[in-house]
Design a protein around this ligand. Structure first.
Ligand code: ADP
Length: 666
């Protein structure tokens, strides 16, 4: 076994690999960019080497620098994690040439699966079932369109170099084809430096079921059951589970044997995942093989009791697989939810920010949190905005799902928008409980999942007001510095024989609310929204003990950059104090739709200056965090000027163009 390895990655997966290496007595070397100097993976590793600037192509994608770091520190092997260089055959080859073990499959296997279309040809030859489609080299747009027309719409365009749902477009009719092809090609070129496409029949109600396979150097191959990753947004996995609900032993062994056959067709070694689309009638089709550890590998670990990173290290060190197929047992059920800094109500747009408050649920044998960040860390534009993976296990699907809901409700993150409420709504929705899974799940049940938590102002406002008051008292008494102008220091509300009343204005649920809090001994009377509530409360650190009309409950109060978040048993309430002399900025800018939704790069201008367009016409495409966003005309009108050119960097919120709505005078 190796005595030192280097992890060519960052974030949660780097931390995950370090944990196993440490348990096995293997020393670890981390690499880091400027942005990650103080990050968790750097802290956890025994040593860390700086490899460059924040953008991945100036650090985590620089194979030469990473190899130099391995040589300089005496690391014998490199674990690539997922993403970055994990499926880069050139890097794997360079490792081999320099005598460093690449913890992954042989170069040939990566190459064989690196192109989705070449992979399909190999699988076809090996007798693995494929989705009907065109995966040839001729990329003439007319030919691609003819192929689509021949197989019949809907079709799916896929970047042959693709991954992570990028460079992929559904096409439902001939009229949409050209625009979809152009967009898929642009996205593919930007993400993978290649714009070759394949066209596939789009199955309308499939499930995504993938098999975890492992092969060693002695020719052994096993599968470690399957994962169901049908719940996806923009073709990216959101919640994964293992085993797949309703999977029969017969189908599992059929799919498992096919997956091992697929791996052996390319002389595979180490961990791999064979992804299939499972159709309603039980037929399954090869989609692709990922030649690395997957993000969602923990659900397999939870049901098999195996450590897949340990298996990877064993195989890479030339040892045999720890188990034969008939020794693989599965027990119970596991879920993984991907917690992201993103806005589900704004098309899942990635969000940046500082994790001002971070309290994951308590870990136990049932709850596991794989993360690479701590409170105070930044979610930056440079990398994937995943904050953590929340993994739960229990004896049955029903019980595991209950654990997932409880853990999601207990997850507290302040300082950035997250998908936690969305995940909670999803996990507790009836169709998900009943495992009515297919890849269209989120679209189909959007009304159940995207609903905002009902605003319960009557309940939340008094709690928020009391929390604020207690916070101010805590700060006042804790601080030696006294602001002579502060009403809290002045104690102006204290009047002999008069109630002790405070007047506050709270901004909560998009509105300002006048609140009066009257203190009577241990009791607080809060008058707000035309109602009076009697409360008692105590704030210790960030824990708020509340009693509302005899009902005792615990909440957490977090200070955020622009106010407070009060985390209640279910859901959170965000609020801030409005100080009397500070005017509220007019946030509802009229042409909000024509501003950059976040920092990014202009990709294409789609309208002529001076042209008159219909409402909803695409005007401009920008790319942010590797995703394309199309800015459309909010109304019918005229494009008068673009303020940026393709390739320009823009800041979030920047005005992108001058657009005159029809009939509007200026
Ligand atoms: P990527 O490598 O970008 O993740 P995949 O080929 O693995 O792309 O596909 C991602 C997802 O897209 C699948 O899980 C599935 O939901 C959907 N998908 C892919 N191919 C098809 C198809 N032919 N019909 C329907 N859905 C598909």
């Amino acid at each position: 076994m190796f005595d030192k390895i280097l992890i060519a990655n960052r974030g949660e997966i780097a931390c995950r690999v370090i944990k196993t290496a440490r348990r096995m007595g293997i020393a670890t070397v981390a690499v880091y960019s400027d942005a990650d100097r103080d990050s968790l993976h750097v802290r956890m590793a025994d040593e860390a080497v700086h490899i460059g600037a924040a953008p991945a192509r100036e650090s985590y994608l620089l194979g030469d620098r990473i190899l130099a770091a391995a040589r300089a520190t005496g690391a014998q092997a490199i674990h690539p994690g997922y993403g970055f260089l994990s499926e880069n055959a050139g890097f794997a080859r360079a490792c081999a040439e320099q005598g460093v073990v690449f913890i992954g499959p042989p170069t040939g296997a990566i190459e064989a699966m690196g192109s989705k279309s070449a992979a399909k040809r190999i699988m076809e030859a090996a007798g693995v079932p494929l989705v009907p489609g065109y995966h040839g080299d001729d990329q003439d747009p007319a030919l691609l369109r003819a192929a689509a027309e021949e197989m019949g719409y809907p079709v799916l365009l896929k970047a042959t170099a693709g991954g992570g749902g990028k460079g992929m477009r559904q096409v439902w009719s001939g009229e949409e084809f050209d625009e979809a092809l152009a967009a898929a090609k642009r996205e593919s070129l930007a993400s993978f430096g290649d714009d070759a496409m394949l066209v596939e029949k789009y199955l309308t109600r499939p499930r995504h079921v993938e098999l975890q396979v492992f092969c060693d150097n002695a020719g052994n191959g096993v599968y470690l059951a399957e994962r169901d990753c049908s719940v996806q947004r923009r073709h990216q996995k959101v919640i994964e589970e293992a085993p797949a609900p309703g999977m029969s032993e017969t189908l599992r062994s059929q799919m498992g044997d096919t997956a091992v056959k697929a791996a052996q067709a390319i002389d595979y070694r180490g961990a791999g995942t064979v992804e299939f689309l499972l159709d309603e009638d039980g037929s399954f089709y090869f989609m692709e093989m990922n030649t690395r550890l997957q993000v969602e590998h923990p659900v397999t670990e939870m049901i098999t009791g195996q450590d897949l990173v340990e298996w990877q290290l064993l195989v890479a060190a030339g040892e045999p697989l720890p188990l034969a197929q008939d020794q693989v047992r599965i027990r119970g059920h596991a879920f993984e939810a991907r917690v992201y800094a993103e806005d589900p109500d704004n098309d899942f747009l990635p969000v940046t920010g500082t994790l001002g408050y971070l309290q994951p649920p308590q870990e136990s044998q049932h709850v596991r949190v794989d993360t690479g960040v701590r409170q105070g860390d930044e979610v930056s534009v440079f990398y994937d905005p995943m904050i953590a993976k929340l993994i739960v296990w229990d004896e049955s699907r029903e019980r595991a799902l209950q654990r997932l809901a409880t853990a999601l409700a207990a997850y507290r993150i302040g300082g950035t928008v997250t998908n936690l409420d969305f995940l909670y709504n999803l996990a507790t929705s009836k169709p998900f409980r009943e495992a009515e899974l297919d890849t269209g799940f989120i679209d189909k049940h959007a009304d159940l999942i995207f609903h905002q938590r009902p605003q319960d102002l009557e309940r939340e406002l008094p709690l928020a007001a009391l929390a604020l008051l207690l916070y101010k008292q805590q700060q006042g008494s804790a601080s030696a510095w006294v602001d002579p102008w502060s009403p809290w220091q002045g104690g102006s509300a204290w009047r002999l024989n008069e109630p002790h009343a405070h007047h506050l204005t709270l901004h909560c649920h998009q509105q300002d609310h006048a609140v009066e809090v009257e203190q009577r001994g241990p009791l607080y009377l809060v008058r707000a929204a035309g109602r009076e509530t009697q409360l008692q409360g105590e704030l210790l650190g960030d824990t708020l003990q509340l009693e509302v009309e005899g009902h005792r409950q615990r909440a957490t109060l977090a200070r955020t950059q622009d106010g407070f978040t009060l985390y209640l048993a279910r859901g959170a309430c965000h609020f801030r104090e409005v100080l009397p002399d500070i005017g509220e900025a007019d946030a509802a800018g009229a042409a909000a739709g024509l501003k950059a939704p976040m920092n990014g790069t202009i990709v294409a201008l789609l309208a002529e200056i001076g042209s008159t367009v219909e409402a909803n016409t695409p005007l401009l495409v920008m790319e942010a965090m590797k995703m394309e966003h199309t800015i459309r005309a909010p109304l019918a009108g005229t494009v008068r000027a673009f303020y940026y050119q393709p390739g320009d960097l823009v800041d979030g919120g920047a005005e992108l163009l001058d657009f005159a709505a029809e009939g509007a005078e200026s």
